[in-house]
Design a protein around this ligand. Structure first.
Ligand SMILES: [Fe+2]
Length: 189
């Protein structure tokens, strides 16, 4: 876990858009014990090592070498169809649920399987995504879907609607949240 935390920090340190989030990065304090959990979407995690760019390779490699992560879902059967839930999951590194405690930022990894549409949604927290592997199409505000390559940050101000959809390859992306309720369930719009 320490190697993953170090790789995450090193990756974010050279991304200017991440600076406001890193300002709230928690100081060293006792880690939280998190029970490991797996999801069907992990079937595609291994494929992510093939769809990186040089800047994202160390972090993807560190993630793949880290065991004991808790992969979770915000939504359930009442929110989205089974096809989506079989191809969606995230694991929090920093925040109110992950191994590095913080009440002011959340950070972790989102994994979407191929041919998956994460519907248009919004939330109070300001968000920064950095795709690590795979080139998904992203919708931001009122703009149409457009492809975003790995390594290119995507910023969502508070309550800005956004959506993602994958093609033949899965998407692995790093996310940062700050402000608002860090465990909020997004609103579909
Ligand atoms: Fe979001």
């Amino acid at each position: 876990m320490q190697a993953l935390i170090a790789a995450t920090k090193a990756f974010l340190d050279i991304i200017p858009q991440a600076a406001p989030f890193l300002a709230d990065w928690p100081a060293a304090r006792p880690m939280r014990d998190v029970a490991p959990s797996e999801l069907p979407v992990l079937a595609w995690l291994g494929d992510c090592s093939e769809n990186t760019v040089p800047a994202t390779v160390p972090l993807v490699r560190a993630l793949l070498e880290t065991h004991g992560l808790a992969w979770r879902q915000t939504y359930g059967a009442a929110d989205l169809p089974p096809d989506f839930l079989a191809r969606y999951g995230w694991t929090e590194l920093v925040g109110q649920r992950g191994p590095v405690p913080s009440d002011v930022i959340a950070a972790g990894f989102l994994l979407l399987g191929p041919e998956t549409h994460y519907p248009r949604h919004s939330h109070a927290a300001e968000e920064l995504y950095i795709p690590l592997a795979g080139t998904a199409e992203w919708l931001r505000g009122e703009a149409p879907f457009a492809p975003v390559p790995s390594g290119v940050p995507i910023h969502h101000p508070s309550w800005m609607p956004h959506a993602m959809r994958t093609g033949a390859a899965p998407l692995l992306a790093f996310y940062l949240w700050r402000g608002g309720d860090l465990t909020q369930k997004s609103t579909f719009i």
